[in-house]
Design a protein around this ligand. Sequence first.
Ligand SMILES: Cc1cc2nc3c(=O)[nH]c(=O)nc-3n(C[C@H](O)[C@H](O)[C@H](O)COP(=O)(O)OP(=O)(O)OC[C@H]3O[C@@H](n4cnc5c(N)ncnc54)[C@H](O)[C@@H]3O)c2cc1C
Length: 472
Amino acid sequence: MNVDSSKAKRIAVIGGGISGLAAAHRIVELDPKVELALFEASDRLGGVIQTEQHDGFLVERGGDMFTTREPWALELCQRIGFEDQLINTNAAQRRAFIVRQGKLVEVPQGFTLMSPSRLWPILTTPLLSVAGKLRLAKEIYLPAKSTREDESLASFAIRRFGQQTFERIIQPMIGGIYTADPTKLSMAATMSQFVEMEQEHGSVIRGMRKKNKQKTERASGARYGMFLAPRAGLSSLIQAIADRLPKNCIQLNTPLESLRRDRQGWRLGFAGKAKEQIYDGVVLCTPARHSSCFLQPIDKELAATIDQISSASAAVVLIGLHRKSIQHPLNGFGFIVPAVERRRILAGSFSSVKFENRARPDEVLLRIFVGGALQEKLLELDDDEIKKLVFEEVRELIGVRGAPLFCDVARWHQGMPQYHVGHLELVAQIEKRVAKISGLELAGNAYRGVGIPFCVHSGEQAAARVLGITPS
Ligand SMILES: Cc1cc2nc3c(=O)[nH]c(=O)nc-3n(C[C@H](O)[C@H](O)[C@H](O)COP(=O)(O)OP(=O)(O)OC[C@H]3O[C@@H](n4cnc5c(N)ncnc54)[C@H](O)[C@@H]3O)c2cc1C
């Protein structure tokens, strides 16, 4: 590390989501003398992370947890002394359901995202027919693809496991995470571990079984033991990071409007401010479409490449209910809905079962996901229409009866970047061009991972680079 210590650098971070906050925090961690400013367009920090209180319910309007599979979010929590605020998912109920012909069926134990690691649960699941199970089992003997060319989730999953396993299990599991169109979603950018298993072991199932010999967690769906959340919700992590930044460096309600460079440095223009501000370095942590606009006058080709990363919109409908208003035993963390079921919701999370402290003991908090790349049109409905269709769905699926204690719709317009086939090449091109522009860095969920740990990593790496330090 060789930061020039003679003169304090002036660095601006644009965007106060988790990526921007992680970048800002890392900048002061690496060089406390930096004159740092963080500009956020809206009146609050957090971006798509937003926790609210509603009369006894602790409501996450966006994401609600992060994985420790990638260490960066947990490591940040440890460095800022926030680790003691983190809670695990409820160990007694670590299972998930998939909708099959209108009923909730447990995800077979040991089935992780794409592949079974245990034989008996998949042989006995009512989710697949005998023919579907035989086709799934054939995966063990299928030859690996000879080329390493990127392909879509649908193409990979159907090729390896067959149409039925894809449609009834894999599509909702992975499509749910990315709210994606599986015929477009890049395997290389999102599920490369399975591509590697195919290449290394000749079969994903064999690869999974080998890997899982060392692990003992008995769960269905995601590996829930690997997920954490702050007891007081994700916004408390946002606040904890913000609290560790220099006083007065955060400017809310200050949208960046223009960006240009001259001999003095980077000139930033903000809405409502006549005078441009000058910085030595800028870290753009805004959604791709915004970053693309700012970069138009700097590098048209770069702007056009970033603009190719599209995003999907989604809504989360938040419902507080008396426990007795739901017939389902709620003995899991929630359910996912395959597209072939032709319903109008993507998934439902039993939030207050998954984490403590989300509702009073006799009450339940549900989070129902709507929209995404396959059903974006639903977001054209107004809030009352969305609530109505969601209630029709949860009435049929989990037997919700009576009026809710509260209900709200959180809309995330273009909030989910879509990593289409070829995404990694696009990102490589973007990174190559950005590397040629001195004092400019990009970070955020549009590039190398949408999950919170990836955003933290992206922000922290950009922070090191803008200071002239090779990221570790
Ligand atoms: C519904 C939903 C559920 C999710 N669930 C999870 C989950 O459970 N776990 C998980 O790990 N991930 C989850 N994710 C993904 C993860 O939360 C996001 O990818 C991540 O929070 C994005 O952070 P970010 O800082 O990159 O972007 P954002 O949060 O979008 O932040 C960008 C910020 O830039 C600001 N901005 C925009 N334009 C300007 C401008 N001109 N000037 C200044 N500021 C500007 C915006 O106002 C915003 O605050 C979820 C995402 C969504 C939408």
